[in-house]
Design a protein around this ligand. Structure first.
Ligand code: HEM
Length: 153
């Protein structure tokens, strides 16, 4: 038997109605805050990811607020986040090893501070978004020369 659930056990948690999702997962703003704070505590001290954030994030509290708004919008449909995260990540020089570590730290945090059902939801969403960022980065690289000048078509 598996030690804990993963997104493949309950893919349906991502597609159910908001009220049912809240009832089944117990997600609320306090959980979002625990997840975001716990996750970025890990990220900041991580040897691979820490320096990437240190180079770009001067003030952590506003960044954490943005990320709480983001996850609140994703999980509770509060629409508090209206940014565009894709261009931010396309500009970062990151690849599969960074996304792998990011997801590892996110899974560990979710298992620690969420109900098992909420962890399934958050991790499933994060995996989906990480895949789309990686595809955006790959697409961007394939049309750029190393110099950064778009290739002729
Ligand atoms: C390789 C993995 C990742 C790295 C290294 C990374 C790094 C960063 C950094 C450095 C910023 C701040 C950029 C800035 O303010 O200049 C940022 C912002 C953000 N990240 Fe990531 N990220 C990663 C993956 C993800 C994933 C998987 C998600 C979503 C599930 C995510 C969601 C966001 C959001 C919502 C913002 C705020 C964008 C905004 O300012 O509107 N990131 N990330």
């Amino acid at each position: 038997m598996k030690a804990r659930m993963d997104a493949t056990d309950h893919p349906s948690l991502r597609h159910i109605h908001l009220a049912e999702r809240i009832a089944r997962t117990g997600i609320d703003e306090a959980m979002v805050e625990r997840l975001v704070r716990g996750f970025y505590d890990r990220v900041r001290t991580d040897p691979l990811l820490g320096p990437i954030f240190a180079a770009r994030v001067d003030e952590w509290e506003p960044h954490l607020r943005t990320l709480m708004d983001f996850w609140s919008s994703v999980a509770l449909q509060t629409a508090r986040y209206a940014g565009r995260p894709m261009p931010v990540h396309v500009r970062l020089d990151v690849g599969p090893e960074h996304f792998g570590r990011w997801l590892e730290l996110f899974r560990t945090t979710a298992a620690e501070v969420c109900t098992p059902e909420a962890a399934v939801f958050f991790v499933g969403k994060a995996e989906q978004i990480a895949r789309s960022f990686q595809m955006g980065i790959d697409a961007h690289r394939s049309v750029m020369r190393p110099s950064g000048i778009p290739a002729a078509r």
